[in-house]
Design a protein around this ligand. Structure first.
Ligand SMILES: *Cc1c(COP(=O)(O)O)cnc(C)c1O
Length: 364
């Protein structure tokens, strides 16, 4: 059977290996498995969210509120934007998909960082767009600008902080860069880890309201999957001027967010203490990774997120390290597929991190 040719060269997104699979493949007890592979919040989610979701479980027979009133009110208040400057997706992943279909086709070019979130490329391939990548591993906005001038892309993705490297763009530099980009190019600022970045360094903080007040060709993306601890609920959002949001709405399937997810995200947004506490613990634990890496002479990229990227020298292969860790029940992300001899490790709880340090020590 023939299928859409554009799909021929797409490699499936490789999600962090689920615990269930490791149980089956290696016969390890679930309690002995630690997953530090998907940048989930190791402290779970707010208990208020858990209670709120239980309280409305009986509403499951009815379709969700497709106006998403409660969550939109919450987001509009949080970010001081209007409700028609917001779109909510089944994860910010879905908003990326809307953006791609709204703006790009097989004649389009998409400019992304050399090493960055894999879904930009996958969605670009859905529409047959050409991918242009920088050489630099860190977001180098001068290089972005040179490539922008050369290729005139339809969309530019800036991932700050960047996944899977953890570094973040300086906001002032980003604002000057945006100033130089023509209105026909849509710039996506993916802030999936922004809650972590702004906690660590105010110079990396991006304010969506300011962004869209200054630029009508920019969309900011956020998610409940990371700091809010709701990866399993699939809720993300985009913030942009009304005219961009209107275009994206044309692609939104009805009821794209479930009743339980809408409720969970609405409550999560209110429980600021939970989020702040997890972020504080995250950076306390990250210090231990930095000290560990220094002691073991492993290169670590300075991170503004809830994960660290450990880069190995030629004597060790990151794929071997990841595979050995997996056999011991420790799931991390090997980055050799990104052209890096490195692993990405989500900063876990104190005990999970102890376990990681002990296993690496054993391996080296
Ligand atoms: C996790 C992540 C997302 C989106 O996650 P969703 O669960 O789909 O909201 C988007 N961008 C980056 C860079 C991420 O790491």
């Amino acid at each position: 059977m023939k299928f859409n040719k554009k799909l021929q060269n797409i490699k499936n997104y490789e999600a962090g290996k689920p615990i269930e699979l490791v149980v089956r493949e290696f016969g390890i007890e679930p309690k002995d498995i630690v997953k530090l592979a998907s940048n989930e919040n190791p402290y779970g989610c707010s208990v208020k969210v858990q209670k709120g979701v239980c309280d409305i479980a009986s509403k499951m027979a009815m379709y969700p509120d497709d106006s998403m009133m409660k969550l939109k009110e919450g987001l509009a208040k949080r970010f001081s934007v209007a409700q028609d400057e917001l779109i909510i997706g089944s994860g910010s992943d879905q908003v990326i998909e809307f953006i791609m279909h709204a703006k790009a086709d097989e004649n389009s070019k998409i400019l992304i960082n050399s090493v960055t979130f894999a879904m930009y490329e996958i969605y670009a391939k859905h529409v047959g767009a050409e991918i242009i990548r920088t050489q630099s591993q860190k977001h180098d906005l001068n290089e972005f600008y040179t490539l922008y001038k050369e290729h005139n892309p339809d969309i530019i993705f800036l991932c700050t902080p960047n996944n899977p490297t953890g570094d973040a763009i300086n906001t002032q530099e980003m604002m000057s860069f945006l100033q130089k980009i023509d209105n026909d190019t849509l710039v996506v600022v993916d802030g999936a880890y922004m809650e972590y970045a702004e906690f660590k360094d105010n110079a990396k903080k991006v304010t969506p309201k300011e962004l869209i007040a200054k630029f009508d060709n920019v969309i900011y993306l956020g998610t409940f999957s990371k700091a809010y601890g709701l990866g399993g609920m699939r809720v993300g959002y985009g913030i942009a001027t009304k005219s961009i949001i209107q275009e994206l709405y044309k692609l939104r399937p009805p009821f794209n967010i479930t009743t339980l997810s809408l409720e969970a995200a609405s409550i999560a947004l209110e429980d600021i203490d939970f989020v702040n506490e997890s972020i504080k613990l995250n950076f306390e634990e990250m210090k231990r990774y930095e000290e560990f890496a220094k002691a073991k002479k492993i290169d670590i990229i300075e991170s503004y997120t809830n994960f660290v990227t450990l880069c190995f020298d030629e004597t060790k292969k990151s794929s071997d390290i990841a595979a050995s860790l997996l056999q011991k029940g420790m799931i991390v992300r090997d980055l050799s597929g990104y052209g890096m001899n490195a692993i990405r490790v989500t900063v876990g709880t104190h005990d999970q991190n102890d376990r990681f340090f002990a296993l690496i020590e054993e391996l080296l």
